[in-house]
Design a binder for this molecule. Structure first.
Ligand code: ZN
Length: 238
């Protein structure tokens, strides 16, 4: 999925900015939805990296046996002379806000790994050209036991975020700096991560235009997300 900046004129964007933060396309390679599998599950990378779990992050584990608690790995870009796009405390606040939205589906997230990195030291660009580089970014940071969110500099063109849906990896959300701490933007992208397509309803989290009140999810969407987690992301569940 990729979320796009408004195509409106600058003046109009200012007027609408409180209501329309972004739009989103969900397939990074075309404007049409990629078919959901039916495709074979992607191969899981075998070597597991050393744990960098931080006990300081809150858990989403629940006594409710139905609750799905998923591990997140958050990577935040930093540049010499600029602070990290998404600080550690901001990342925790963001996750708490995302959890409020996703609680209606009995789904939550907990940060297990947080890294602030200078992408230049890894051969990556601070402002990635996402069509050609999103796969490389995901390959660089993804692991086999957490969902990946990478807060980058500006993504090219009108895109503000892009997420690889279930099917073929590497997987991960890329979200650019000015939207990286927006729980409805990142929560929307996690919806794509969990197999949800856009749903045109002005109060729905998966509405392609994300605004102040786009925070609802339908029972059907919850069912799809939960089933996707059971099918694709069992290793990410805690
Ligand atoms: Zn989207």
């Amino acid at each position: 999925m990729n979320q796009s900046k408004s195509q409106s004129s600058p003046l109009f964007q200012i007027i609408l900015s409180a209501f329309i933060l972004s739009s989103c396309q969900y397939n990074p390679l075309s404007s049409e939805p990629a078919p959901l599998p039916s495709l074979p599950a992607p191969p899981k990378p075998s070597p597991s990296k050393p744990s960098e779990s931080s006990p300081s992050f809150q858990t989403c584990k629940s006594s409710d046996q139905e609750f799905q608690c998923l591990a997140l790995k958050i990577v935040s870009y930093e540049d010499s002379g600029t602070p990290s796009v998404l600080g550690k405390i901001q990342a925790e606040t963001l996750t708490n806000e995302i959890n409020k939205v996703w609680s209606q589906c009995k789904i939550g997230f907990q940060i297990e790994r947080y890294e602030s990195v200078n992408p230049l030291t890894l051969g990556l660009q601070y402002n990635p050209e996402w069509r050609s580089q999103a796969g490389k970014v995901r390959s660089t940071f993804s692991d086999n036991n957490s969902l990946l969110v990478v807060a980058t500099g500006k993504l090219t063109s009108s895109t503000i975020a892009v997420t690889q849906m279930p099917g073929y990896g590497p997987f991960g959300v890329l979200v650019e700096d000015s939207f990286a701490n927006n729980p409805l933007t990142v929560g929307h992208e996690l919806g794509h991560y969990m197999g949800l397509y856009h749903f045109r309803n002005s109060s729905n989290l998966m509405n392609p235009y994300i605004g102040t009140y786009t925070e609802n999810l339908t029972p059907s969407q919850c069912q799809i997300a939960r089933a996707t987690n059971q099918r694709e992301w069992v290793q990410m569940m805690r």
